[in-house]
Design a protein around this ligand. Structure first.
Ligand SMILES: Nc1nc(=O)c2c([nH]1)NC[C@@H]1CN(c3ccc(C(=O)N[C@@H](CCC(=O)O)C(=O)O)cc3)C=[N+]21
Length: 345
């Protein structure tokens, strides 16, 4: 399921544990297993390059910068038009991770002066009830963006629900019409999905050339992998997508100048997968057991960070990489939406 891309629910990743990237016991229930276990040795390439150290791409500080820009634009708009952008978030059920994300989005809205509305529906709500909320927000002129927090409870049809959001308010960019336009040359979507947009924004702000480069996206979810690949292609990269049925993921990934990984497997991408000097954007946010942490777990990416810093030229950390950018892009999309309906430039 697409939404497992964000907060993985993986299982015991048994594997030979040695070297820098020991593989961890993951927290939470079990889904599918991607790929075969990571190699148990560090590649010669990784071993040779131990003296160099990659730049760490600071998503947290770039996100702060973006939020500051949005704050200024929101107040410029409010002063000129009296309109304050509004975001409605619909949360169904009481998944702890979803509740945390929604709380963070709300806080982020407040920090930039965007109005936030929240609908908290019980786990056993009907699809019709969710559709009613969507329709209310669709018709509410104070709402410029609607976000339905994923995953939805399993008794609901995600497609029906996402299709119900007016494309003019689809700040997640998940409506098929927005995705379709993203995929077509000469057309433009009204909104670009937040996480992939945040990845590209990081590359831009770190002056990473995309045009003419080889990019590999690992993972093909509707919410991250697929739109990330489309965006890279629009930026004139030559793009390959590596997924759970790819027979030689390591070999293909090693050809990439730019890697975007969004699979939800802790430390799957090892040093040996990385071309020296590559730039790595790690979208995975995987909880793994950590007895030394007060919460009992810590978050790690899809990429073995300790190995990656020795081979790559730049790499995003987890946490503090793509995650904060996702929320910043949601705020940006909400602002774009409000500006568009009110023809404010
Ligand atoms: N319709 C919908 N749109 C979404 O955009 C969406 C969603 N559903 N469902 C859940 C995922 C998850 N997601 C994240 C946003 C921010 C962080 C984030 O800021 N993480 C921080 C903090 C991590 C922590 O310490 O807990 C970091 O990586 O540094 C993570 C994950 C958006 N999602």
């Amino acid at each position: 399921m697409a939404s497992s891309m964000f907060f993985t629910h993986c299982h015991y990743y048994s594997s030979p544990s040695s070297f820098a990237c020991r593989l961890h016991r993951q927290v939470g229930p079990t889904p599918l297993r991607f790929f075969s276990p990571a190699p148990s040795r560090v590649s010669p390439v990784a071993a040779m390059a131990t003296e160099s150290s990659a730049k760490v791409i600071d998503g947290k500080s770039v996100a702060k910068q973006v939020r500051d820009e949005i704050t200024a634009e929101v107040s410029r708009m409010r002063e000129a038009t009296g309109v304050v952008p509004g975001l409605a978030v619909i949360l169904v059920g009481d998944r702890k991770d979803s509740a945390t994300y929604v709380r963070n989005k709300k806080k982020a809205c407040e920090s930039v002066g965007i109005n936030s509305l929240e609908a908290n529906l019980p786990e056993d709500s009907t699809e019709e009830e969710v559709l009613n909320y969507i329709s209310g927000y669709n018709n509410d002129p104070s709402v410029h963006g609607i976000l339905v927090q994923l995953p939805l409870p399993s008794h609901m049809n995600e497609q029906n629900v996402l299709n119900a959001v007016r494309i003019e308010k689809d700040v997640d960019g998940f409506h098929p019409l927005n995705i379709g336009r993203l995929a077509m040359r000469g057309r433009d979507p009204l909104f670009v999905p937040c996480t992939p947009k945040g990845c590209i924004e990081l590359l831009h702000r770190y002056s990473v050339t995309i045009k003419g480069k080889r990019a590999v996206v690992i993972g093909r979810s509707n919410i991250v992998g697929m739109p990330a690949a489309l965006l890279l292609q629009r930026e004139d990269a030559t793009v390959s997508i590596v997924h759970s049925r790819t027979s030689n993921p390591e070999e293909i990934t090693r050809q990439a100048d730019i890697i975007i990984s969004a699979v939800g497997q802790p430390n799957m991408v090892r040093g040996s997968w990385i071309k020296p000097g590559a730039v790595i954007i790690d979208v995975g946010i995987n909880p793994v057991e950590d007895p030394n942490s007060p919460r009992g777990y810590k978050l790690v990416g899809d990429v073995c960070f300790e190995e990656a810093v020795k081979v790559a030229s730049a790499v995003t950390p987890v946490p503090g990489g793509v995650g904060p950018m996702t929320i910043a892009m949601l705020l940006q999309n909400t602002l774009i939406s409000a500006k568009r309906v009110h023809s404010f430039e």
